[in-house]
Design a protein around this ligand. Sequence first.
Ligand code: FES
Ligand SMILES: [Fe+2]
Length: 390
Amino acid sequence: MYINFWYPMIRSEDLSPGKPEKVKVLGLHFAVYRTDAGEPIVLSDTCVHRGGSLSGPWELGAQPRIVKDCLVCPYHGWEFAADGSCVSIPSIGYGTKPPTRAKVDSYPAVEKYGIVFAFLGDLPESERPPMLEIPEWDAPGWRANTVITLDLNYYYERSIENGLDPAHNEFVHPTHGFKGINRETYKVRDYDVRDYEQGWGMWFLHRFDTPGLQDKTWDEAQTRAGGLFAGSGTHGPATMITEINVGEGQTFKQYFIEQPIDAKHTRVFFVNMRNFMLDPKNDGPIHARNKIIAQQDIDILENVYPPLTPISNVKEVLMPADKAVVAYRQWLAKFDDRGWRIDWEELSRRNHRNTAFAIPSPRRREGGSWVIEAVPLVSSRDARKAAQDE
Ligand code: FES
Ligand SMILES: [Fe+2]
């Protein structure tokens, strides 16, 4: 898991005015709420007074939880402004200036594609990897299904790698192929991997020798122009993009914007674009089919071992069809070398003991003292390997 990327926090429709929501990402909690004007605000969830949860119990609260765009801690009523500064401490009297140490991390937040995103890291704006672009979103001739979320009981990298894998379809998804493999002719075609056009990941386009329609015979499929082309790629560590060309000029473009919750849980924000069957009445059936396909993957991935991907190539036997997975891992190594990877072993060892952690926010670069400790990071891929070899 990496800091310094944009992550989906919550669907826009799930964030109501006046009610903070608790969201867990990268192993830590965040409080998400809206200002009176509707702007989304994302704060680290831990109150610097004595550890109250800023998003904390909503129903039990005796006092309003959002006052003048400030989030009010449910424990002793400290009020935190959108930039994370504490502006009121009731016990010393409203209007008395709080100490400057009384602040929490506040993260840049943007609402787009029906999702509230936050930049979880401390990079200044000019150095941040860009947010994912969905060029089809506003393009004429394209339609988006409403964003749905899928909850997975496994690590996000396992999920991303599965989406980059052209060799599993025939085995996991009966509706994708011929209800079984043709042992005489089946083989995964070679393919080339390149960088994704948005610059922070990889991309490949692959020809499947299947029509994607179960009523076609093998011969019909072979005569069909081009077969079925599908491509997959990544943007940053936790977004996977898939393009499926099901026929002449008929394309699904699917964005799996993943929220790494912890080592065992992931929430996928799924944006599904299409340029055919544009009638909204098709949304339901398309959703239903996608859910069936997703469940087939889930059933496999919940049983994969070890839960996290091995760091060493000699712990697996990789084949040419795994080229895309290897390319994704090479991108992760680049993020490691920037020092953005959370030291999960160290965090797990110390978390939930007597130390609270937060993802560092951009304001930390301005200095000042910060009460909540920043998450431990790994300095490079080599350092990570060395630690794991011990
Ligand atoms: S713990 Fe938040 S106000 Fe006391
Ligand atoms: Fe799959």
